[in-house]
Write a protein that binds this ligand. Structure first.
Ligand code: ADP
Length: 381
């Protein structure tokens, strides 16, 4: 059964076509710079060199059309007709408090995703564009929404409430939601398989470390806490995001630098984190290289990044009163062996007391989206 996974961003659409029952992916690609004259389409068939070409993609509808044309192309396509696709899984960032799992998309679901635009103004609108385009172009195929926030909806109140006036929760839904849920769910399940134990019997801390970074406490298969909050800015130090800071810093900078809220937001989201501290780069590869040649600020940035992870792990071991595994995943987590080595050394007493392991597990968010879509489609039948 073929499932198409679509991840629509503000100016891009990423896609991946899976044969779920055979556990293989057939093709993947990305259309970038949608709405720009320089739009490009990169398409890759498993194990082959990618094809990259300039395209005309004025909007998400046109871009989705290009994706389907490419998948069914007589020479470089992988299917004969779009009828071979059984369903489409869409990545949606924000499902608010309404969705604790993936759902079949209907008008009510679209209305809810639209309602949550106020919580994810940059992410939910392009997801809706992708959904609308795919529904138009593949009207007979079931479409499923898979939310970044859904996995964390099991968090207890004490973990998701901020100590702010309660009225802001009522008025704006201001609470911790958490993100990267699909990735945390996937690697936690995979860790349980590797440990050969049922997820319901495990305490796992999953660290998704990419450009955005978040960490989650997964107890008995459910997320009980996570570091990202109302937005993806909270928690760990990230590529360009500051993560946890004293909130009074925001008003201090606003007053002393004479900035407006847009400029402030830009500093917190785009100019901070590894980039802000190091003044070198937000890219871990460059920071590793710079620190090796004794660039002091690069080394400090790496130390802050690492220390924050270690501190959260400590907190989550306390939250769960134990630990079976710490999982490192995503671009940084999967490719920096020093992280595993350092955690194993620094946490050696705790790890040996609980018989816990540090595992590196590549994340497969798109695969998880395809699996959820597959399960929902089959349940419907
Ligand atoms: P995104 O959140 O954009 O999906 P990724 O999961 O691709 O991000 O992670 C990007 C980060 O992973 C960057 O900091 C990058 O430097 C780091 N990374 C990727 N490959 C390597 C590598 N081989 N060695 C060290 N760091 C890497």
């Amino acid at each position: 059964m073929l499932i198409l996974v679509i991840n629509a961003g503000s100016s891009s659409i990423k896609y991946k076509l899976y044969d779920v029952e055979k556990d293989v992916f057939l093709a993947e690609g990305i259309i970038e710079r949608i709405g720009d004259k320089q739009a490009t389409h990169t398409h890759k068939i498993d194990k082959q060199e990618p094809i990259k070409q300039k395209v005309q993609a004025d909007n998400h509808h046109q871009a989705t059309e290009l994706v389907l044309d490419m998948l069914t192309h007589s020479e470089v396509g992988v299917i004969k007709s779009i009828d071979e696709i059984s369903g489409v899984g869409h990545r949606v960032v924000h499902g608010g408090e309404e969705f604790n799992k993936s759902v079949l998309i209907n008008q009510d679901v679209i209305a809810s995703i639209t309602k949550f635009i106020k919580l994810a103004p940059l992410h939910n609108p392009p997801a809706l564009e992708g959904i609308k385009a795919a529904r138009k172009l593949l009207p007979d195929k079931p479409q499923v929404a898979v939310f970044d926030t859904a996995f964390h909806q099991t968090m207890p109140e004490e973990a998701f409430f901020y100590a702010l006036p309660y009225k802001f929760y009522k008025k704006y839904g201001m609470r911790r939601y958490g993100f990267h849920g699909t990735s945390h769910k996937y690697v936690a399940r995979k860790a349980a398989k590797i440990l050969n134990k049922p997820p319901e019997k495990l305490k796992i801390i999953t660290c998704h470390l990419g450009n955005g970074c978040s960490i989650a406490a997964v107890m008995n298969g459910s997320s009980v806490d996570t570091s990202m909050g109302f937005t993806p800015l909270e928690g760990l130090a990230m590529g360009t995001r500051c993560g946890d800071i004293d909130p009074a810093i925001v008003t201090f900078i606003l007053e002393n630098e004479g900035l407006n809220t847009y400029q402030m937001d830009n500093i917190l989201n785009k100019k901070s984190g590894l980039l802000g501290l190091s003044e070198v780069s937000n890219d871990m590869r460059e920071l590793n290289a710079a620190c090796k040649i004794k660039d002091g600020k690069a080394c400090i940035a790496l130390d802050v990044f690492y220390y924050r992870i270690k501190k959260y792990i400590g907190a989550y071991i306390a939250v769960m009163n134990g630990i079976d595994a710490i999982v490192l995943t995503a671009g940084i987590g999967e490719n920096n062996p020093w992280l595993k080595d350092r955690l194993e050394k620094d946490l050696s007493e705790i790890l040996s007391k609980f018989g816990a392991k540090v595992l590196v597990i590549p994340t497969k968010e798109e695969w998880m989206i395809a699996m959820d879509t597959y399960e929902i489609i089959n349940r419907k039948k």
